[in-house]
Design a protein around this ligand. Structure first.
Ligand SMILES: [Zn+2]
Length: 316
């Protein structure tokens, strides 16, 4: 099969940045995706409230239009901090913000104003549950040995699910066997995004030979057995798992330096790589599996309609 057509995919986790960098990288997403959830951890000022989200949405929409994609729909998230108020959540939700993202403090790029303790945000989380806003989690526990950070974070999910039984929660860019198992075992309100690069990379691709800064991201790619668990989760067709590329561009000199930034820029190749992955591993119904993972499961979890457009992929 040299040509396939699927419903237009959604990217439920992407970093568009701002200004000239956004203009440079946005077309790589516009080419493949109908919608994308724009991550709020901007520098110097993150997207923290309704006003920030509206401004950022305007910037993305204008750049998309300029690039010839007026139909592209940016999906907006605000960053939840210790200072986010329940009222601010309701206001943002009414303005079309669909998710609030939590970064544990200092855990990744631009997360120094992150949350110290989720438990101290209980009233805000209650407001999110009440108005139907999705909680998006960077699931790593700060201060723990880097390969154990995701596993050590997972415990808080039990508290979240128990305290807020109808709050929808997305554990972002999962990388471990333990995270896959945890998400499967928790109720329907908990889902996870999986990146394309974590289906291909292990830690060996970053530090196993020459140091490969362009494969370095957070959470860092882990063992072969972890990658296998992610692959199984994706190929299984469980609707709890869907695509969020976490495509995260940095200027070359911020990657190739003594203290390189975390982030893998995959937007230009994510869909072709994913199609290749499904064709090689999913058997004869691979087209259906690809479409469910990249175009259907995420929209359903977020309560969004399926994209009306199509994406055709041609082998060449
Ligand atoms: Zn990210």
């Amino acid at each position: 099969m040299d040509k396939i057509t699927i419903s237009k995919p959604d990217d439920f986790h992407v970093h568009f940045r701002q200004g000239e960098l956004m203009k440079a990288v946005l077309p790589s997403t516009l080419k493949w995706f109908g919608r994308a959830l724009a991550m709020p951890n901007l520098r110097p000022k993150p997207v923290l409230d309704t006003r920030d989200a509206k401004r950022y949405r305007g910037e993305i929409t204008a750049a998309a239009k300029e690039a010839g994609h007026p139909d592209f729909e940016p999906l907006m998230a605000i960053q939840l901090t210790d200072k986010t108020k329940p009222r601010g959540i309701k206001h943002a939700q009414q303005a079309g913000v669909i998710a609030a993202k939590v970064y544990p403090i200092g855990v990744t790029t631009n997360s120094d104003n992150g949350v110290r303790s989720l438990k101290s945000c209980a009233l805000t989380l209650q407001a999110m549950q009440d108005c139907g806003m999705v909680l998006s989690l960077h699931g790593e526990k700060p201060g723990v040995f880097c390969l154990d950070r995701e596993r050590e974070f997972l415990g808080v999910l039990d508290w979240l699910v128990e305290s807020f039984p109808s709050l929808r929660i997305v554990l972002e860019h999962i990388t471990t066997f333990q995270a896959v198992a945890k998400v499967i075992n928790l109720p329907e309100t908990v889902a996870a995004t999986i990146t394309v690069h974590h289906l291909f990379l292990t830690l060996d691709d970053i530090i196993g030979g020459g140091l490969s800064p362009h494969n370095f991201c957070k959470p860092v790619a882990k063992r072969e057995s972890d990658r296998e668990a992610l692959r199984h989760a994706v190929l299984w067709g469980n609707p709890k798992f869907f695509l969020g590329t976490d495509s995260a561009p940095h200027p070359r000199d911020r990657k190739e330096c003594a203290s390189g930034c975390a982030g893998v820029f995959t937007a230009p190749v994510a869909m072709p790589l994913l199609a290749q992955f499904f064709e090689e591993h999913a058997g004869k119904n691979w087209r259906k599996g690809l479409e469910e993972f990249s175009s259907l499961h995420g929209a359903k979890f977020y309560g969004l309609p399926k994209n009306s457009g199509k994406l055709t992929l041609i082998r060449r």
